[in-house]
Design a protein around this ligand. Structure first.
Ligand code: FAD
Length: 383
């Protein structure tokens, strides 16, 4: 069997890429190790930024794949209990959407199949000969697909990046020194989105559809979920937000995640190209993980189309450098924003100097239209 492109992984990057290529008539297959049910129910991100929404519009897919309420051009904060509302220029934010990741994934699967796409679930992939002219992909049922290019869209723990020889790829990483207790609850929160900057630590609450919410609580790296019984989660959220929660609901998932940034370089090796979490990780505070994955898919799809339509590999050759410029720009934003909202609250973690600097950075967003505009551009994905 031969395909032009084998896409490994049916997450947002793989499914978006599959749809983009299919709409351009490029033959491809998406192979995913998990079941369809598993992938369609995996709750993660919740915001599609303006740039990513415009990618779907440009490709004629916006109405079929994006759902959810428009992103409001504001962020709600509680700073030691005091309400602070940060407003942004509405133009930059008009196209962003609150769209839970699993809704986007479900829609991308539906559209891909309706349009005749080849999508194989329960197919764990390994890759061979990525250096050669004809890379091969082996599926768990024993079948082998030859292809021109492999798109590694298989996330942080996938098989494709691991197939690159260690001396041909470099991992650049940064640990923030704290973790988040990430909680998914079957309960609407008090707000669409709210973040607390507090001396007890950062807290966040984000709607995930009309009935569910994600809550985040800054915690020490060595905390485990055993340190966080449900009652402690609710009382700590109320302490950091400075208000009682209207509904507490059922906690359906909790985990402690260390906050970290990671970039792999280069993003291409031979005929393998990495996209999404396989290529880079940003801390969740930036809300850019899903969006960078979609931006990668857009740029990579253009490069592939250019190659097949014009016989010109220059965009494919430049894919890594093009994306790394953008990825580092968003890592810079993610690192600054993550540290700012944590250090502005908690003076113990990095000391009084960083605390005061972070407070100054935060206050500038309300007093300087230039600073405010820049944050708005990053949030919209337009910087
Ligand atoms: P994934 O969605 O991880 O997809 C990779 C796929 O590859 C998976 O389906 C996996 O099963 C499959 N796979 C792996 N190995 C193989 C193999 N060998 N063969 C076949 N298939 C394989 N981002 C935001 O923008 N905003 C947020 O608010 C946000 N919140 C988050 C909250 C949580 C709790 C988590 C975990 C992440 C969050 N993210 C957020 C990040 C975002 O979810 C990821 O950046 C995004 O899913 C990356 O998409 P991807 O397609 O690269 O990878």
């Amino acid at each position: 069997e031969h395909k032009s492109i084998v896409i490994v992984g049916a997450g947002v990057s793989g499914l978006a890429l599959g749809n983009f290529l299919l709409s351009e008539g490029i033959d491809c297959v998406v192979a995913e190790r998990r079941s369809r049910e598993y992938v369609e129910q995996r709750q993660r991100a919740g915001v599609i930024d303006t740039r990513a929404a415009r990618v779907f519009r440009k490709r004629g897919l916006e109405d079929r794949v994006i759902g959810g309420a428009p992103v409001e051009p504001r962020l709600g904060f509680r700073v030691d209990g005091e309400i602070r509302q940060l407003e942004f220029a509405a133009d930059d934010h008009r196209d962003g959407r609150f769209c839970p990741q699993q809704v986007l994934v479900r829609n991308l699967i539906t559209v891909f199949e309706q349009d005749g796409g080849d999508l194989r679930f329960d197919s764990e992939v390994s890759v061979e000969d990525i250096d050669g002219e004809r890379p091969r992909v082996r599926l768990s049922d024993g079948s082998i697909i030859e292809c021109d290019f492999v798109a590694g869209c298989d996330g942080d723990r996938g098989a494709t990046r691991a197939a690159i020889p260690g001396d041909r790829i470099t991992r650049h990483s940064h640990e923030y020194g704290y973790g988040w207790l990430v909680v998914l609850a079957d309960a609407p929160g008090n707000h669409q989105a709210m973040m607390a900057i507090h001396s007890r630590g950062f807290a966040g609450q984000f709607a995930r559809g009309p009935r569910a919410s994600r809550f985040y609580l800054q915690c020490p790296l060595d905390d485990t979920t055993a340190d966080w019984p449900d009652e402690r989660i609710w009382s700590e959220l109320e302490a950091r937000f400075g208000e009682p929660l209207a509904t507490k609901g059922t906690i359906i998932e909790k985990q402690v995640v260390p906050l970290r940034s990671e970039v792999y370089s280069p993003l291409s090796h031979g005929r393998l190209h990495l996209l999404g979490d396989a290529a880079h990780i940003v801390p969740p505070m930036s809300a850019k993980g899903m969006n960078l994955a979609l931006h990668d898919a857009d740029v990579f799809a253009d490069a592939v189309v250019h190659y097949y339509k014009n016989g010109d590999p220059s965009l494919l050759d430049g894919y890594s450098a093009t994306r790394l410029r953008d990825v580092w720009n968003y890592q810079a934003f993610a690192a600054w924003w993550t540290d700012t909202v944590h250090d502005a609250g908690d003076p113990t973690h990095r000391g009084e100097f960083r605390h005061q600097v972070a407070r100054a950075d935060f206050e500038r967003l309300f007093t300087s239209s230039t600073a405010n505009r820049l944050l708005g551009e990053f949030m919209a994905g337009l910087n």
